[in-house]
Write a protein that binds this ligand. Sequence first.
Ligand code: HEM
Length: 399
Amino acid sequence: MREPYVFPMSESPFSPDVPPLERRRRMLEVGADVVTDEMGAVVDFLSEDDVEGVLNDPRFASVAMPTLQLSGIDESSPVWRLWTHLMFAKNAEEHRRIRNVVAREFGPRRVDRFRPGIEQAADELLGDFPADAPFDLWERFAYPFAARVACELVGIPPEDALRAAGWAFDLARAFFPFMSPERVSRAERSAIEICAYIDDLLDQRRDEPRDDLVTMLTSDEVTASLSPDEVRALAANMIFAGLEATAKGVCTGVYFLVEHGQLARLADEPELVPTAVLETLRFSPPAQSVARFTPEDMVCQDVALRAGQVASANIVAASRDPDRYADPDTLDIERPPGKQLAFGAGAHYCLGANLAKLGLGIAFERLAGRYPTLELTEAEPRWDYEGFAGIVELQVRAG
Ligand code: HEM
């Protein structure tokens, strides 16, 4: 049996008051494959093999609702009422029942129908970069672009994109524990607003059907297997599940491509875009780790876990596992795709992975084609690790 490395409580990386970067440093520094602390609430798995093993193990359960409780959110909250219906919060058969309703909409061929709309969004946003002054790529491109991708998916008019993005950023924070009271109230307000917006949208599509996901969710086939609350939650989930991760993936990816002199290369060799997308996500995964709840005493990956413990799959560490990746700290846009752990694994593998890859690919390709000499400025990028991890301010020059 493998024994985790145990941190003394005074140095525990799992205490809520340890900043995320410090948490990451402590976990990586000890050089162990599995770590915990003296309290043992969380057991963190760091190798690619273990992360895959944990995420593919059907005995674990979702941490969605216990995570809300760690932010002081209970059944009386609108966030709780929305969360109880999310596929992410469900296990086994219940999870499949909800996920299967939309799963076929996310296959690689099927998501390609969004390509023209996403390309148009990219071209519109890239059209008006200032020629001679630095500007923030996050504000001008990454954030509104990710919002437009979500609108394309759901069937929301582009003029509502930024409103949808505001809700998405407030709500996605609730996937992670220890929200401040201010964050909780923002998430609660957004839960109420997004549900009202979705109800209106569903009504509109019932009256005037279109070829979009919301219309599909009003069909008899869907309403036969999902309750009205589940339909509303599923539609809302399509807006907030991936918007923040996509925005941060675009901005952070562009930063590393430019920093490593690879953006211009994508202009000359666009066939490298798909591997460049996967490599930037490996290099800096927006979902740093994902967690699972241990419902009963069990052994996983030869590690004994007690009922009530949280198993954490450390995607950052696994994505740079030296046993799986040669020169893991080098960005190599020709690297053969590995396991793509940035999207998780197993039953809860990211439903939107093909859409995210399409979106990031279009963002990189269009940006490289139009601004191959895009430059970073002296200003340090601003990173945000509070929810999904990534750059949220990036001063650049069009070059
Ligand atoms: C770069 C962008 C993205 C990244 C890095 C990402 C990452 C992830 C990860 C790691 C998970 C697994 C969570 C877990 O196992 O606990 C996940 C789940 C999920 N993602 Fe994404 N995601 C992205 C974009 C998207 C997009 C665009 C959508 C659009 C709908 C989306 C929808 C979902 C959904 C619905 C789940 C829950 C799946 C389930 O519980 O069965 N994601 N994502």
